[in-house]
Design a protein around this ligand. Sequence first.
Ligand code: CU
Length: 212
Amino acid sequence: MLIIELCPSVNLYAKAELEAEHTSQESYCNHLATFAAYSVMASKQMLVIAIAMASIAVAFLPGLSVATEHVVGDDKGWGLYFNYTAWAETNQFVVGDTIVFEYGTANHNVVEVGGPDFLACNQPDNAVVWTSGEDRLALDKAGPRWFLCGMDQHCEKGMRLKITVLETAPPAPQPKPPLDAPPPSSPAGKLELGFGDAAAVVTALAVAVLVL
Ligand SMILES: [Cu+2]
């Protein structure tokens, strides 16, 4: 009981264990000091591993692509009085993405057409038509695709959408270097440098943590 009262920060399980093993306060304190040292060492090792894993994930992040689901017209959905040309410009469509048309089925549908029919708001007899009100279309190949609403004069009123599907997502724009900066290295060199930097950061952090 005396030991428990002396060291209130030790958890109950540890207290019971220590009380069973140690009869003197000196013995107990030595044990506690060893225990604390091991704990600190273990937590440092865990931290180093966590930092290394996070750094590796960040280094490889630009190479990973995540499929995006584009809701056409965002919260406005597929309807009249919306600028789908402007909407398409704010989205980047990549093979593997999905576009979703959401609309009331009483008033609208989705018709996929070719370029000339798109321009003329013409719906050919063999055109593919979607009518579910929540049509999910997989963007499975690169290139342009054209969609319009086949009801009434909705296409003429702006209910048409052209998108261009890219094979792969273009690299994220890099911040402009200052004017007196040296010219950028080749793409291959850049890639090596990027990975080297990540490795250097991991090493530096690991050393810093171990020194602490
Ligand atoms: Cu319509």
